[in-house]
Design a binder for this molecule. Structure first.
Ligand code: ASP
Length: 311
């Protein structure tokens, strides 16, 4: 296998298309382990993974922990409310203290954009960005690519609409980069107030209405309004109006291509950006995204912690 040329995974921006494909292929291989009766291989035996989650998470934190355990690494979890950051410790001090315990990988989620880059410069461990502020969420984009590839057989040449709070979404940013590198055409749809200035420079087509963005799209990805990042800014008149014009309700869904699949990174605000019947319906691949999250994170831990090939 081609050696992985990176010490850390800080963003999709750093990866080439070939490296993304390498991760997706490896993820498919590792996913098979999740289907076995005994879901564990010795690949990362003796390695230590610290999951430092200083912002809320259900899927990402759990799936990093499961990924580490399925590869036999020792996984330690630290969350915001139980860490000494609540006592005023700086991120740098926290990182240095964790490094002193000689972990192989530190997985960091943080409210500040750039936090993983900052600690990567101060620790010997490999650092994986598990979501930094509004910047990037690279493992989400990789699992999205893996899910699309599974359901559509390819990513190249597909039209993919990402709709909702683009301005505050690290998922959208990472997805635009990853999908673009794999040759997809990406459309972004949001109220003008939720479209960051200069977003077109990332190579996506930008729409301020949902209908033309989802018409003809092979994949429609809905995003949650990032309430925790709005700082009280009134970016839309009210939730009902937002939901009517930028949510995927049953009426809006009549614009979908017959074989379009629906995605959402979670957590879903049911009835706001996505109708519950669609979230649970036949087009939805949302839970499959979660399944692929384990495979992609196993692949990354393997590549960055230097596992042995025996499994
Ligand atoms: N779980 C994703 C994230 O951490 C999406 C979201 O929270 O809306 O960015």
């Amino acid at each position: 296998m081609t050696p992985f040329a990176h010490r850390h995974l800080l963003g999709i921006a750093d990866l080439s298309a070939n490296e993304i494909v390498q991760i997706l292929d490896l993820s498919d291989t590792f996913l098979e382990i999740s289907e076995r009766a005994i879901k564990k291989v010795p690949t990362l035996r003796g390695k230590t993974v610290i999951n430092l989650f200083l912002e809320a998470s259900t899927r990402t934190r759990t799936s990093f922990e499961i990924a580490a355990k399925r590869l036999s690494a020792d996984a330690v979890n630290i969350s915001g409310s139980t860490s000494s950051t609540t006592k005023g410790e700086t991120l740098l001090d926290t990182a240095r203290n964790l490094q002193a315990m000689r972990p192989d990988v530190i997985v960091l989620r943080h409210t500040a954009s750039g936090a993983p880059h900052f600690i990567a410069a101060h620790v010997d461990a490999a650092v994986i960005n598990a979501g930094d502020g509004t910047h990037e969420h690279p493992t989400q984009a990789l699992l999205d690519c893996a899910t699309i590839r599974k359901h559509k057989g390819r990513v190249d040449g597909l039209t993919i609409a990402i709709c909702g709070d683009i301005a505050h979404s690290r998922v959208a940013r990472s997805d635009v980069l990853a999908l673009g590198k794999l040759g997809a055409k990406v459309r972004l749809a949001a109220p003008r107030t939720m479209l960051p200035i200069g977003i077109e420079t990332l190579g996506a087509e930008v729409y301020d209405r949902m209908e033309p963005a989802i018409e003809g799209a092979d994949v429609v990805m809905m995003l949650r309004i990032q309430k925790e990042r709005l700082d009280g800014a009134g970016l839309f008149p009210n939730t009902r109006e937002y939901s009517r014009y930028f949510g995927l309700g049953l009426r809006m869904a009549t614009h979908l291509k017959p074989d379009a699949i629906l995605m959402h990174p979670g957590p879903i605000n049911r009835g706001i950006e996505l109708d519950p019947a669609l979230a649970d319906g036949t087009r939805s691949v949302i839970l499959d995204q979660v399944t692929h999250g384990v495979g992609v994170r196993m692949a990354l831990l393997y590549l960055l912690a230097g596992g042995s090939a025996e499994n």
